[in-house]
Design a protein around this ligand. Structure first.
Ligand SMILES: [Zn+2]
Ligand SMILES: [Zn+2]
Length: 120
């Protein structure tokens, strides 16, 4: 009888997969701070842009409040926003592009989405 051994190398998959975004300093204080900043009051497109900036370390938080284009007060505390929370809420527009669109917040999947869009 010939004994057939099964010691041929089985192909094993790679232990680590690069499924995550490039994160050079994922534990740095600044990154943590930036990731903790909420993104809300923006339309879906602008939210995605800001999320993208966070993900790829292109997000530059404001160091001083910016002047709101709505009320002319230095009330804009979020980077990339041009309207303060109050003005954006009053006008029901996106605080970044000022489009009169459906505003998404952190809990965007709870809003009814008219387009054939999934939240994945
Ligand atoms: Zn304002
Ligand atoms: Zn927008």
């Amino acid at each position: 009888m010939t004994h057939v051994s099964t010691n041929s190398n089985k192909k094993s998959g790679p232990k680590y997969q690069n499924t995550f975004a490039f994160q050079p300093n994922k534990n740095s204080k600044k990154t943590k701070y930036i990731n903790s900043l909420p993104i809300n009051g923006l339309c879906r497109r602008c939210k995605e842009i800001v999320e993208w900036r966070k993900k790829y370390k292109k997000y530059k938080p404001l160091t001083t409040p910016k002047r709101c284009v709505g009320c002319n007060e230095k009330t804009v505390k979020k980077a990339y926003h041009i309207l303060c929370n109050k003005c954006a809420t009053d006008k029901k527009v996106c605080a970044k592009c000022q489009e009169l669109v459906e505003i998404v917040s952190e809990v965007d999947c709870e809003l009814p989405i008219p387009k054939p869009f999934s939240c994945s």
